[in-house]
Design a protein around this ligand. Structure first.
Ligand code: TTP
Length: 354
């Protein structure tokens, strides 16, 4: 079994952050989202992983390397342009060969692992197994219609959903998927859609099985999804202060992870929270549900439910920063006016004075 993680794409819904970085490398609890996906696949026993890359190839390569960090071999596969999930599959044909493979969208997070999903694929001897999850608003997702334990139809964002089972972004295919991707036509948005390829398999008599999970999962396509993923991952962290802290009169409440070289002065850190290496926090309240990346300076400011990326300076900020996603090297400072709570989505190198 091989793995295929899709880490190309356009990431338009995460602009401006994706003007300067790969969306799959945005941090959740101070680790790139992509690493969680890699670890989920490694946990199923996969040793041979292909990663589809596009414009952000160099950044993804620099972060993931050759896979040795996870004891696996990583092959990078260049997609000429982000022409759809099925186009990415087609691009990976030489790497996959005749082997079955797990396809995983690189901006997705799934809790609880995929071992049973993989086991089910082998036991049912299906041509394809599709991960599905019950959702409250199926009209916002790709939805599967089931009959007698098989998927008979997939519908994208249906007005009248045939079920509440949404496609999660994880699939197992055997080599027949390559016939399907060769036979389908681009959709109205000029992409080769994986749902059309799966529909082709169904229509042509291949065995496409559903596999439902109720575990938490998240497609982190938008800023609020990253903040939610950050909250979910921080909910699972255990206190770790083994790196040591320079603590001057500060309090750490609840579960907090502190990386090396952090300096805290007259501050309160409310867990769950993570404070990145070399960050300095003075006269401030940070957390709960907040990830501060490395090299961040926070002075006289309150921050909660937020993700602050590397090397930001947040000084005397007059409002409590809440539910905010702040790109690297951003400066947020006090100006003369006074405001209440604000919500921020700021790209790298932004400056905000309010
Ligand atoms: P999407 O989130 O569906 O697409 P996108 O990244 O282009 O984002 P947006 O809609 O905001 O413009 O992609 C899901 C995953 O698949 C994501 O990790 C990017 C990856 N992908 C590719 O690798 N190649 C592709 O051609 C496409 C469309 C997506």
């Amino acid at each position: 079994l091989k793995g295929l993680i899709l880490s190309g794409g356009k990431g338009t819904r995460l602009r401006p952050l994706t003007h300067t970085r790969a969306k799959q490398l945005l941090p959740v609890a101070n680790r790139p989202i992509l690493f969680y996906g890699i670890e989920t696949l490694v946990d199923t026993g996969i040793k041979d992983l292909g990663i589809i890359v596009g414009d952000t190839r160099d950044e993804v390569r620099a972060a993931v390397g050759d896979g040795a960090a996870w004891g696996i071999k990583v092959t990078y596969i260049e997609q000429s342009a982000p022409l759809g999930l099925a186009h990415a599959v087609k691009t990976a044909q030489d790497f996959i060969g005749q082997d079955p493979f797990v396809m995983y969208l690189g901006d997705n997070l799934i809790w609880g692992g995929l071992r049973r999903f993989v086991q089910e694929f082998y036991e049912t001897k299906a041509n394809s197994l599709i991960l599905l999850s019950p959702v409250e608003e199926p009209q916002n997702f790709g939805v599967a219609q089931l009959e007698k334990g098989k998927i008979v139809k997939l519908v994208e964002k249906p007005k009248d959903p045939p079920s509440n089972l949404a496609l999660v972004g994880v699939y197992i295919f055997d080599h027949n998927i390559f016939k399907a991707v060769d036979r389908i036509k681009p959709s109205w948005r000029n992409e080769l859609e994986i749902t059309d390829a799966i529909q082709w398999l169904i229509t042509n008599g291949y065995n496409v099985k559903p596999y439902s999970v109720t575990n938490w999962w998240k497609d982190t396509g938008k800023a609020e999804d990253i903040l939610e993923a950050n909250r979910m991952v921080l909910d699972e962290i255990k206190t770790d202060m083994s790196a040591g802290i320079h603590n001057h009169n500060s309090q750490l409440v609840g579960r907090v992870v502190v990386e090396e070289g952090v300096e805290l002065t007259n501050s309160i850190i409310r867990g769950p929270a993570i404070i990145g290496a070399g960050s300095v926090i003075v006269n401030s309240c940070v957390g709960p549900y907040t990830s501060i990346s490395r090299g961040v300076t926070i002075v006289n400011t309150e921050i909660e439910y937020s993700v602050i990326m590397e090397d930001c300076r947040i000084i005397d900020f007059p409002s409590r920063i809440r539910n905010s996603l702040v790109g690297g090297n951003t400066t947020l400072c006090r100006s003369t006016s006074r405001c209440k709570d604000i919500n921020l989505v700021l790209g790298d190198n932004s400056q905000l004075f309010i």
